[in-house]
Ligand binder design. Structure first.
Ligand SMILES: [Zn+2]
Ligand SMILES: [Zn+2]
Length: 442
């Protein structure tokens, strides 16, 4: 391909600015911008044409006129004036960009204004273009069999990314940017997308009767009614609210979502080293917050009820791993009560039969309204039983996550097998339940 001839062929068919002409040859030559390529091509073409004109070749003046009109070239104008030829009027606007590379500075300013005082480390520029603009360039490339070009979208993205990085000293990042600045040069519009932050930690629930997540009133579903005293909630507090509120305040975000690795029943405590969770904060204004300080604030506000630890920033992937981790191992301690007296032999039998047992468990009746009815298999690694009185025993259960332990005790009308009640022929129920450990396989 003769680059100069190709460039002239393009200009004789379409009015093109320096950016849009140079962009068709973007893969040729390094370390220069497309407008520099475009301008250099035009300069060479003017020199060639001027040479032809001096040799009295009519092609020379014809070419200069095309460069002056479709090439928007001041130099071509001046050359024509100098050799005393009629100077044609300036051409219309660039066929590909409609002159939008000319408002780069203006839209960069607008982008900075949109970012305002959001805190961020990394950003990404997204470009929105009318479909016809991209189609026009594709058709032009096909018609002239051009294969060294960059797309118009890519050039816009690159130039705005560079300009914003230069002005702010921040870095462009492709995978997980804090902010995405979506620029539409043809509509002169900026849209800011603020990506969420994720904070992981572990919580301990020191009292019973606090749900893990916000629990809406079953009558009004959050609107507020007589039953819930206008709060819209069935429980005044939850682990979710107690741990999220100080984070939301510090980051000035829009809202939070709470993700945990499984959940304990409302009437169960969560003790030991706590249960892993991740809090997602949408549209945070502040990202550079002190998690140690926030942790202290959460624990002071929720003293005696909920305690969080190990707060740290994580990425979105962590939420997915957390959900998968519901299958991790758990340790429970529960106080069981039997209908009839038990013997030491009974309690030893439970340890022997249930340690290492595979439990087949059909979805418990009490959660059937919100879970699919199916049979799960879960291992009990170890069961330890300690007698408290003739009718009461403490059990420590180390099992696979996802085992419903209250049903392991009651048998749930035969839906859990084997179970404590049937093994002893003595109906048993759970009085108190604590989660002692949640072991994540990292
Ligand atoms: Zn252009
Ligand atoms: Zn209500």
């Amino acid at each position: 391909m003769d680059v100069l001839e190709k460039a002239f062929e393009l200009l004789s068919k379409y009015p093109l600015c320096d950016h849009c002409l140079g962009r068709q040859f973007a893969l040729l030559g390094y370390s220069m911008e497309n407008n520099v390529r475009g301008s250099a091509l035009k300069v060479c073409l003017i020199m060639q044409a001027n040479d032809l004109a001096k040799e009295k070749n009519v092609e020379g003046v014809k070419r200069l006129k095309i460069l002056a009109t479709n090439g928007f070239s001041k130099e071509a104008h001046e050359t024509l004036r100098h050799i005393k030829k009629r100077v044609p009027k300036q051409g219309s606007e660039c066929y590909l960009c409609e002159g939008k590379f000319g408002i780069l500075d203006c839209l960069t300013e607008k982008s900075l204004a949109a970012i305002g005082d959001y805190e961020y480390t990394t950003f990404l520029v997204g470009i929105e273009l009318p479909v016809k603009v991209e189609e026009r360039e594709d058709e032009l490339k096909a018609a002239l069999t051009l294969s060294y070009g960059e797309s118009i979208k890519h050039e816009f993205g690159r130039l705005y990314g560079k300009a914003i990085a230069q002005r702010t000293g921040k870095e462009a990042e492709y995978l997980t940017p804090d902010l995405v600045v979506v620029i539409n040069p043809f509509q002169d519009k900026i849209r800011l997308q603020v990506n969420p932050i994720f904070v992981s930690g572990r919580y301990r629930k020191l009292v019973r009767d606090i749900p893990q997540s916000k629990w809406f009133c079953s009558d009004c579903h959050g609107r507020g009614c007589e039953k819930c005293g206008g709060t819209g909630k069935l429980y005044a507090e939850s682990v979710e609210e107690l741990s999220s509120r100080p984070l939301l305040e510090a980051t000035e975000g829009e809202k939070t979502s709470f993700h945990a690795s499984g959940r304990e029943d409302i009437d169960a405590r969560m003790l030991g080293t706590g249960r892993p969770f991740v809090i997602e904060i949408s549209k945070p204004k502040k990202r550079f917050v002190d998690l140690k300080e926030i942790e202290a604030k959460i624990n002071a506000d929720a003293i005696g009820k909920v305690e969080v630890s190990h707060l740290r920033f994580v990425d979105r992937d962590n939420v997915r791993r957390l959900k998968k981790g519901e299958g991790s191992q758990k340790e429970y301690r529960l106080l069981a009560e039997f209908e009839n007296d038990t013997s030491d032999f009974d309690l030893h039998l439970l340890e022997a039969k249930l340690s290492g047992a595979l439990i087949k468990q059909q979805t418990p009746l009490r959660v059937l309204h919100r879970r699919a009815d199916l049979i799960r298999e879960r291992y009990i690694y170890k069961l330890k039983v300690k007698k408290v009185s003739l009718k009461r025993a403490l059990m420590e259960i180390h099992c696979q996550g996802g085992l419903y332990v209250k049903e392991l005790v009651s048998g749930d009308a035969g839906r859990t097998n084997p179970n404590v009640s049937d093994l002893l022929g003595n109906r048993a129920k759970t009085l108190k339940l604590d989660v002692l450990r949640v072991i994540m396989d990292e």
